[in-house]
Design a protein around this ligand. Structure first.
Ligand SMILES: Cc1cc2nc3c(=O)[nH]c(=O)nc-3n(C[C@H](O)[C@H](O)[C@H](O)COP(=O)(O)OP(=O)(O)OC[C@H]3O[C@@H](n4cnc5c(N)ncnc54)[C@H](O)[C@@H]3O)c2cc1C
Length: 395
C-alpha cells in the first residue's frame, strides 16, 4: 500500500483545511466541559454548518448528500477535524451507522424522508438493539412487533440506548416471528421516538452524564412502511449497522488518540513524580512509549481494514480487531494519565485544583464502557478466533 497522498487526496485535504480555518467555532473550549444536555444545541448547530458546507458525511454517496470520499479521504477528514480540535457532530449514530444502513436497505421513499434530516441534524437518531436480556446475544431479543393492519404494534424494552434522551428516531430491532430460529424472526423498524406508547428514561453513568437510556414500548404503533429491509431479515440489516460501527470508528479515533498521547507527554513534563518531572521516571517513560507505539499499530491495522474494504466493499472481521484494540488501548492511555496525576487525577472539571479541566478524570471513567459498547472484548475475541483465525467456536 502506498501511504503517500495522491494529488486528489492532497486537494481534498487542502479544501477541507481551508473550510475549517474559516468555519470551525473558536469557543468550543468553553463548551467542551459542559454536560452534553447543555452543549447538544451547540453540536447540532456545528453539524448544520458542516452540512451546509457539504462536509457532514463525506463517506456517503454524492447522490445522498455525501462526497463519495475514498477511505483515505475519510481518514484525512478525521485527521483534519482532530488537528483543529473541532467539536464532534450531534447526530453521531445517524451519520456514522444508521444513515449508511438506510442507504443500503431503505426504499426510495425512506431515503427521501430520512436521509436529508440525518445530515442536517434536524432529526437525531438512536440505535435500539440491546435489551436487559439480550446484549452480546442480540438475537435473543424479546421486544415483539405484531402486525395489525397497516401497523406493527410494538411491546418491550430496550436499554443502554445512547442519545435516546435527545432522539427523534430509533433504528429498532424487534421480533416479528417467535416460531422460527431466533436469528430468523427479527425485523428492523424505523420508529418515531416521540410517538404514543414510547417512553424514554435516562440512566445516569458514573461520569455524571445520562448519555444512554432505557426505552419502553407499550402498544406503540409503527407503520408497515417503516420496515427497513425485509420482514424477518432484520438480523442482516442489524449486522450491517454493527459492521459500520466496528469497521469505521477506528479511523476517527486515531487522530484523537494521537492528541491524547501528545497531551500525556505535555503532562509528564509538568507533573512531578518522586521529586522530578514524571517524564524522567523510567517506568512512566516506558509506558508512554508503549502507548505511542500502539497508536501507530492501530493506524496500520486501520489501513489493513481499509485495504480489505476497498477490495471487497464489505467491512470484514478486521473491524473486530480494531474495536478490541482501540477500546483496550484507550483504557491504557487513560490509566497512564491517572498514574501520572495520582490523587489529582480524580478531580473533575469544576474543581479549581483539577488538571487540564478534569479531562483525565472524565476520560478514565468514560473509557471503562469502551470494552462493552459496540460488542464486548470477549465477544470480539470470539469473532477473531472463529472468523479470522479459523478456530472452532468456543460456545
Ligand atoms: C457506553 C455504552 C453505550 C451503548 N450504547 C448502546 C446503544 O446506543 N444501543 C444499543 O442497543 N446498545 C448500546 N450499548 C449496549 C452494548 O451493546 C451492550 O452492553 C453489549 O453488547 C454487551 O451486552 P450486555 O451489556 O447485555 O452484556 P452481556 O451480553 O450480558 O455480557 C455480560 C458478560 O458476559 C460476557 N459474554 C457474553 N457472551 C459471551 C460469550 N459468548 N463468550 C464469552 N463471554 C461472553 C461479556 O463479554 C460480558 O463480560 C451500549 C453500551 C455502553 C457501555
Amino acid at each position: 500500500m502506498d501511504l503517500r497522498l495522491t494529488a486528489e487526496e492532497a486537494a481534498f485535504r487542502d479544501e477541507f483545511r481551508e473550510w475549517l480555518a474559516a468555519n470551525v467555532p473558536k469557543d468550543w473550549n468553553e463548551w467542551r466541559e459542559k454536560p452534553l444536555e447543555e452543549s447538544f444545541g451547540y453540536l447540532r448547530a456545528w453539524q448544520q454548518k458542516l452540512h451546509l458546507g457539504g462536509w457532514a458525511a463525506v463517506s456517503w454517496p454524492k447522490e445522498y448528500g455525501g462526497r463519495s470520499a475514498t477511505l483515505m479521504e475519510q481518514a484525512i477528514f478525521w485527521e483534519e477535524m482532530a488537528r483543529v480540535e473541532a467539536p464532534p457532530m450531534a447526530n453521531a449514530l445517524g451519520l456514522g451507522i444508521i444513515g449508511p444502513t438506510v442507504i443500503a436497505y431503505g426504499t426510495e421513499a425512506q431515503k427521501a424522508r430520512f436521509i436529508p434530516k440525518i445530515l442536517s441534524a434536524e432529526e437525531i437518531w438512536c440505535q435500539g438493539f440491546s435489551e436487559p436480556n439480550a446484549g452480546s446475544d442480540l438475537a435473543a431479543l424479546q421486544t415483539e412487533a405484531r402486525l395489525d393492519g397497516d401497523n406493527y404494534i410494538v411491546n418491550g424494552q430496550k436499554v443502554w440506548t445512547s442519545y435516546g434522551w435527545v432522539s427523534d428516531w430509533c433504528e429498532l430491532v424487534v421480533r416479528t416471528d417467535a416460531a422460527v430460529a431466533k436469528h430468523k424472526g427479527l425485523t428492523v423498524l424505523l420508529v418515531d421516538v416521540k410517538s404514543p406508547g414510547v417512553e424514554v428514561r435516562p440512566l445516569r453513568q458514573m461520569t455524571g452524564e445520562s448519555e444512554f437510556n432505557e426505552i419502553f414500548f407499550r402498544d406503540a404503533r409503527v407503520p408497515v412502511a417503516n420496515v427497513l429491509g425485509t420482514v424477518n431479515d432484520g438480523w442482516n440489516v442489524a449486522v450491517s449497522t454493527l459492521m459500520h460501527e466496528r469497521g469505521s470508528f477506528g479511523a476517527r479515533l486515531i487522530p484523537l488518540f494521537k492528541r491524547s498521547i501528545n497531551r500525556l507527554i505535555e503532562l509528564s513534563r509538568k507533573v512531578q513524580k518522586n521529586g522530578q518531572p514524571a517524564a524522567k521516571d523510567p517506568i512512566l517513560r516506558q509506558k508512554l512509549a508503549q502507548c505511542y507505539a500502539e497508536v501507530e499499530i492501530m493506524r496500520l491495522n486501520q489501513l489493513r481494514a481499509f485495504s480489505r474494504l476497498t477490495a471487497t466493499g464489505v467491512p470484514g472481521p478486521e473491524g473486530s480487531i480494531q474495536k478490541l484494540f482501540w477500546s483496550e488501548l484507550n483504557q491504557r492511555i487513560q490509566q497512564l494519565g491517572q498514574e501520572m496525576l495520582g490523587p489529582y487525577g480524580q478531580l473533575l472539571g469544576e474543581d479549581s485544583y483539577a488538571v487540564d479541566k478534569g479531562i483525565w478524570s472524565y476520560g478514565y471513567l468514560r473509557s471503562r464502557g469502551n470494552t462493552i459498547e459496540a460488542g464486548t472484548s470477549e465477544v470480539q475475541r470470539n469473532i477473531i478466533g472463529h472468523f479470522v483465525l479459523g478456530l472452532p467456536r468456543s460456545y
